[in-house]
Design a protein around this ligand. Structure first.
Ligand SMILES: *Cc1c(COP(=O)(O)O)cnc(C)c1O
Length: 451
């Protein structure tokens, strides 16, 4: 880490001298990990949230489960619990092993948040959770409900009319807006989604069809969030969901980490000192990736390695953590354009909250090109018949880095047997709701690159 720059004012000249920054400036892929990290116990304390906070979020989701099952029939078979499958991807592992010409040991799995019910992305965790938490708070304060009640009460004209007095606003590159818009509209809230230029047309169309007020911006995510925040401040009955700072969102994501423990157990996958777990997470602003990682560290302690993936054009978290400047630096400051096909990751400035509190818990960071993303979605479609959006495929390259980079293995003193017994989870974050024509275009683009 650049100790001298850490926590001082942005010094661009000094930054330009740094070899890693120079590589970022050339849009070349990098893999970087902190040479030493604070002890786990202390790192967890630094977050300022506890395991009990995650359990509280889980309990809230359980209270709402009967309501969710009732209003979103696709969640009925899971009794209203919004959770994704964890599937083995042996063919893809084999295919990449041949392509990279290295043996990929252990077992590779795909965590299919890409196919989460209701909104088809990882945002169905944090985004929906925060809307529910807000709705519960309002209903409790108004005496409409008690914690012991059957929450199917939320599915009524009385509740809809009540929530119609309140507004919810959010800024988004697309998927967060989709999750929050769908859930808010279902409860009866008035809702405004401020969309950055990266947001796909079909997401805006879908939201408008639900009566959501979609405000479009010609600029990137940071501007959409700022404008959303301003519009919300003007209305005391408007609640702004702050993707850059919200602890509620963060906890909604963290639930996934605790739940993964049970999922691995059911699949007879052991995680302990002899069987390390590697998890590769696509990172945008950092809320989803950071929140899930916090849950994972609570669940698996030092046996889980959380590695963040970002596009070469938008490496905001790596830049923020590496320089120690966090949300005081953006990728534009070092001359990058923040233009990427990975719309879910097109974020120029990382969350100040996540980078600061999570840096001691994130084990590594890498960047990859849009070409690689397209190649992965094509290869996954071919080998496993699973379709992802470009952002969601960023995790695959992580398996290459932890396998091929001996420096990472040396830092953690892995033995050959540990590596052979490892579990690798590629966290697939979106794609389940992409319209078929749009998915065909992604796959065509992928074919062009592979042939
Ligand atoms: C939002 C998003 C991410 C990253 O989540 P952050 O909270 O921004 O780190 C990854 N993939 C997809 C598809 C997303 O929509």
């Amino acid at each position: 880490m650049l100790k001298s720059i850490k926590m001082t004012a942005l010094n661009l000249d000094q930054l330009q001298q740094d070899p890693l920054i120079q590589t970022l400036q050339q849009y070349q892929p990098v893999f970087w990990f902190p040479p030493e990290n604070v002890p786990l116990k202390q790192a967890l304390q630094n977050v300022g949230l506890t395991r009990a906070d995650i359990e509280d979020a889980e309990a809230r989701l359980k209270r709402f489960a009967p309501f969710i099952a009732q209003v979103f029939p696709e969640t009925q078979k899971q009794q209203g619990i919004i959770e994704s499958d964890l599937v083995r991807i042996a063919q893809m592992q084999q295919l990449l092993s041949e392509q990279w010409k290295i043996p990929l040991q252990g077992q590779w799995w795909l965590k299919q948040d890409s196919h989460l019910p209701i909104s088809g992305s990882i945002k169905a965790r944090g985004g929906i959770y925060e809307v529910l938490a807000h709705a519960e708070k309002l209903a409790l304060a108004a005496g409409l409900i008690s914690l012991e009640d059957d929450y199917r009460k939320f599915d009524s004209d009385e509740f809809s009319a009540f929530f119609h007095n309140y507004q919810i606003a959010v800024g988004s590159t697309g998927n967060l807006g989709l999750s929050i818009g769908i859930m808010s509209a279902k409860l009866g809230f008035r809702v405004s989604v401020h969309m950055s230029a990266d947001a796909r047309q079909w997401k805006k169309d879908k939201l408008r069809s639900l009566g959501v007020n979609v405000v479009e911006y010609a600029s990137d995510y940071g501007v959409a969030v700022e404008q959303g925040r301003k519009a919300a401040e003007a209305d005391p009955n408007c609640f702004f969901i702050d993707d850059e700072n919200s602890k509620t969102l963060f906890l909604g994501y963290a639930v996934a980490g605790l739940r993964l423990k049970q999922q691995l157990f059911e699949r007879h996958q052991v995680v302990d000192a002899a069987h390390p777990l590697f998890v590769y997470l696509p990172c945008g602003v950092g809320g989803g990736s950071g929140g899930v990682s916090f849950g994972l560290k609570q669940a698996f302690g030092e046996h889980v390695h959380c590695i963040f993936a970002e596009p070469t054009h938008s490496p905001c978290m790596l830049l923020g953590v590496y320089t120690g400047l966090h949300d005081r630096i953006s990728v534009n400051d070092i001359g990058l354009d923040n233009q990427t096909a990975a719309d879910g990751l097109a974020v120029g400035r990382a969350s100040g909250f996540v980078g600061r509190v999570m840096q001691g818990l994130i084990d590594g960071y890498y960047t990859l090109s849009d070409q690689s993303l397209y190649a992965f979605i094509g290869q996954l479609n071919q080998s496993e018949q699973i379709q992802l959006e470009p952002s969601a495929a960023a995790g695959f390259m992580g398996g290459y880095h932890t396998t091929a980079q001996t420096s990472y293995q040396q830092l953690h003193q892995f033995t050959p047997s540990q590596l052979a017994n490892a579990t690798h989870i590629i966290w697939a974050t979106g794609g389940g709701m992409v319209p078929p024509e749009e998915m065909q275009r992604y796959l065509l683009q992928s074919q062009r690159l592979l042939t």
